[in-house]
Every structure is written in C-alpha cells, then in structure tokens.
Design a binder for this molecule. Structure first.
Ligand code: ASP
Length: 293
C-alpha cells in the first residue's frame, strides 16, 4: 500500500489576495496529517482537519461564517470505510474542534450523529473542553455578517464557501474521510449542510474515501459523495469519478462545488466547478506535499 492523504479548503471564487493564505493553510494541514499517515489514516485525517479548523482562513472551526443570529454553528464528520464506523456532530456552538468531537462520537457513542446541545454535552462528558461561542468569532466575519444582514439575500447568492476536508489511505489500506464546516454565510440557525451527512458531503467504504465542498443543499440532493464512491466501484478512475459527479452536480442540480477522493489502490483525484478549490496531496512516493488552487 502507498499511503496517501489529500486535503481541501473549500471550492469557491477565492480572490487573488487570499490565494497565498489558502495554499499555506492546506500545506500546513497536510504536513501535520502526513506525520500520522503511514500508521493511521484516522489520525492523519483528524490531525489535518484540526489544523484547518484552527486556521481562520477557512470556514471551519475558528473564523467560520456566522449564522443569522451572528453565531458560529459547526458541523463535522469522520468515517472509516473499512470498518464502516462513523461519527458526526451538527450545529454545535461550543466546540473548538468539531472533528475531534465527531471522532469521539464514532468511538464512544452508540449512535452516529449528535446535534446541538446534546452533542456538546456528550463531548464534554468525554473530556472535550467547551468554549464560548465568542471565542470562535473573528472580526472579518462580524463585518461580513453585518453586510449580509443588511442585504437580506439568501446565502446561496454569495457562493463563499471554505469548508475543509481530508481523505487518506494508510499502509494497511484503511480508508478514512472527514469534513468540517461552518456552513453557509448567514444560514438559518439549526441548518445542517451536506458535510456531516454520510453519502452527501462525506463517504468512505473499503474501496474509496470522499470529501465534498460547495453548496450543501444541492450536494445533499445529489448524494454526491456516494455517487463518487459508486462510480469508483463501477471501475472508473478516481479522477473520472469525481469529475463526472461534479458535472452531475452542475447539470442536474444547478449546484456548485468540488470533491477529493482516494482509493484503496492509491489512485486519487479532485475536481470542482467553481473558479478555484484549495487542495493539497501527499503520497509516500512524493518528496513533499503538493498544493494547488
Ligand atoms: N458544503 C458546506 C455546506 O453547505 C459549505 C462548503 O462546502 O463550503 O454547509
């Protein structure tokens, strides 16, 4: 097995002045994730996503978009394809690193998906320190929120997405996918997007692992991550599978976004139908991670 990890930092119209911070962010995340990679795809994905959640460049963890109430509200999931284990949290407001909480749900809870206060209570009970929502809010997002609230437009008009995700295969062939997001700007409180929903924004089996990003309502309806996995199972190369599903997202669901995928054989791909998607890849056969946008 050739261990590989891919990360993304969202597919959207990333302006020129933010290109550098996005490339830096995905490179740092993959550098963090690759340390654990040979032995544990699970640790690699969790570590890479934690790094992206802590980087305010991205719409995940600290610095996420604010909902209509002016609060950060986070969704995350992690899933291990080979064992078919998964854990997710949705609409949490007091967890700094929801991907860690998602893993705790996967490993210590007898249900897959916890939301809101129940998720926070469970995480706290398992030793996750709860933070104040204000600790996750940054000045840039207060300004954006004030602007959006004034215009009173639906979030999908803005196509400003920066969800993060990672997929990896380790030397045992274990496949893991994870995604973490603050959702869409000025979203309805309580709204949960595609990201933490298995088969929609994230999916892993014993043949491949997928993480998507983009306009969640369309991605959910398309069942995009599962579509990509089905294409891989039908024999498509990773790149073809992801490219085809992004075309379906646009043509049948009028949706915008992108995805990354890795297979058990170490084949990988990424595609998007937005102007840019920040992403990076590292395989043991490479000298260093490669980031692109
Ligand atoms: N898919 C995410 C959501 O709709 C947003 C994103 O990918 O940027 O919640």
């Amino acid at each position: 097995m050739n261990p590989i990890i891919l990360v993304h930092g969202g597919a959207w119209d990333i302006p020129d002045d933010l290109v550098e911070s996005h490339l830096k962010g995905v490179t740092e995340a993959i550098t963090r994730g690759k340390k654990a990679l040979p032995h544990s795809a699970l640790d690699a994905v969790e570590d890479a996503i934690t790094c992206l959640e802590d980087d305010p460049t991205f719409d995940a963890g600290t610095g996420s978009f604010l909902n209509r109430d002016g609060m950060v509200e986070l969704d995350a999931v992690i899933t291990e394809g080979n064992s078919l284990r998964a854990g997710a949290v949705g609409a949490v407001k007091r967890i700094k690193n929801p991907i860690r909480a998602a893993r705790i749900v996967m490993e210590h809870c007898d249900t897959v998906f916890l939301t809101g206060e129940g998720a926070e209570r469970f995480a706290a009970h398992q030793g996750v320190p709860l933070c104040d929502n204000r600790d996750l809010v940054i000045e840039r997002e207060i300004k954006r929120w004030e602007g959006l609230a004034r215009q009173n437009k639906p979030a999908e008009d803005f196509f400003k997405h920066g969800t993060v995700g990672a997929v990896a295969v380790d030397k045992e062939g274990t496949l893991v996918a994870g995604t973490s997001t603050g959702g869409t700007p000025c979203k309805q409180p309580g709204r949960i997007g595609d990201s933490p929903i298995l088969g929609a924004g994230t999916y892993a089996t014993d043949t491949c692992a997928v993480s998507c990003t983009g306009w969640g309502e369309a991605i959910m309806k398309a069942g995009m991550a599962k579509t990509i996995a089905d294409f891989v199972d039908r024999g498509l190369k990773a790149q073809e599978a992801v490219k085809k599903s992004v075309e379906i997202l646009r043509d049948r669901f009028s949706g915008y976004g992108g995805a990354i995928v890795v297979t058990r054989e170490g084949d990988y791909g990424s595609a998007y139908n937005t102007p840019r998607m920040a992403r990076a890849v590292y395989a043991e056969s490479m000298k260093k991670p490669e980031a692109s946008i």
